[in-house]
Design a protein around this ligand. Structure first.
Ligand SMILES: Cc1cc2nc3c(=O)[nH]c(=O)nc-3n(C[C@H](O)[C@H](O)[C@H](O)COP(=O)(O)OP(=O)(O)OC[C@H]3O[C@@H](n4cnc5c(N)ncnc54)[C@H](O)[C@@H]3O)c2cc1C
Length: 295
């Protein structure tokens, strides 16, 4: 099923996983999918080459999610430094596996290509990939958006204008980068409304379990750490159990607030930690039931 259909009875609950590093076996991620399938999310997304994860396994893992567990799969696909032939080959593999949903991304520039000039490849921006997919195949297409502005954008207004162009190229729904302050999301949602960007927006939530990990991620993606969460990190950084408990509670609180405010979807970055996702979903079970009954 096409993910845009799920958004007709929001909120949509989704989970994100990543493939193992190149050359590593798939057993771990397959066990993760088995565990996450118990949570019956609306869809599970699989990253593509993010944070050193393998690209070659994304289709295979999405295939397992969809065809073994009967859960809708969203395959991420990046285009920077890819040729049209390479993208066409992936689209063909996705079609063969009956995957109907793609998260179309530009991808991060390799460290030696960090500049704000357009990438000199067949696809300079995600919108070029989206245009190509629309012209050559039939997929439901999601894309990324950034409540705290993409790191390379000239400024917030330019980033929003670029987002509008991207959406108009053929995006069915958006997923945000992680954020730790819901007010940033609400302000972003208002800006989208003003810009007449009307596609559903799922909020990307990452349960933080480790100080070094979140500091590395936020320094790369430009998300900020609000004082409230900074105090948690500083207080419990040397006690992994306490930090984990606080990180899970914080993410749960974010989710409850977002759901109460009518968010279109919650996209949980699981970091391949099914026990953490289970704990969070366990805490919102009643809320999920309530919202389902309302639709
Ligand atoms: C939900 C989510 C999932 C992700 N999954 C992955 C993954 O699986 N693998 C991975 O490698 N990375 C992933 N990323 C990271 C993503 O690839 C990076 O953030 C990347 O730097 C930008 O990708 P994009 O698709 O948002 O790019 P774009 O939408 O192309 O935007 C990139 C930059 O270019 C600007 N821009 C866009 N169009 C134009 C234009 N026409 N003219 C001038 N400037 C323009 C934008 O304002 C922005 O600053 C993910 C990010 C998110 C939020």
């Amino acid at each position: 099923m096409r993910i845009k259909e799920y958004f007709k009875s929001k909120p949509v609950f989704s989970l994100e996983i990543f493939p193992p590093k190149p050359g590593s076996p798939l057993d771990g991620v397959l066990a993760t999918i088995a565990a996450l399938s118990d949570l019956r999310p609306d869809f599970i997304s699989v990253t593509y080459g993010a944070a050193g994860g393998s690209r070659s396994h994304t289709v295979e893992i999405a295939d397992t999610i969809k065809n073994k567990y009967g859960i809708e799969a969203l395959a991420h696909l990046t285009c920077i430094n890819s040729t049209k032939e390479e993208v066409a080959a992936i689209l063909g593999r996705l079609q063969a596996a009956k995957i109907e949903n793609i998260l179309a991304l530009r991808g991060d520039r390799p460290a030696d290509q960090r500049t704000t000039a357009p990438a000199s490849t067949a696809f300079a921006y995600a919108s070029d990939l989206i245009k190509y997919i629309r012209e050559t195949a039939d997929f439901c297409i999601g894309a990324a958006c950034y409540p705290e502005v993409h790191t390379e954008a000239e400024n917030a207004d330019a980033d929003l204008r670029n987002l509008k162009t991207k959406v108009e190229t053929g995006v069915d729904f958006l997923i945000t980068q992680l954020f730790l302050d819901n007010n940033l999301f609400y302000a972003f949602r208002e800006k989208l409304e003003k810009m007449q960007i009307k596609v559903p927006v799922a909020a990307g939530i990452m349960p933080v379990l480790n100080k070094k990990q979140i500091e590395r991620i936020t320094s790369l993606c430009g998300a900020s750490i609000p004082p409230k969460f900074r105090r948690i990190l500083d207080r419990y950084e040397h006690n992994p159990e306490a930090l984990k408990e606080a990180g899970i509670a914080y993410a749960t609180e974010q989710i409850i607030d977002l759901l109460s405010s009518g968010v279109d979807g919650i996209h949980l970055y699981t970091m391949n930690r099914p026990a953490v996702a289970k704990q969070i979903f366990g805490q919102i079970h009643g809320i999920r039931q309530h919202l389902k009954a309302e639709t």
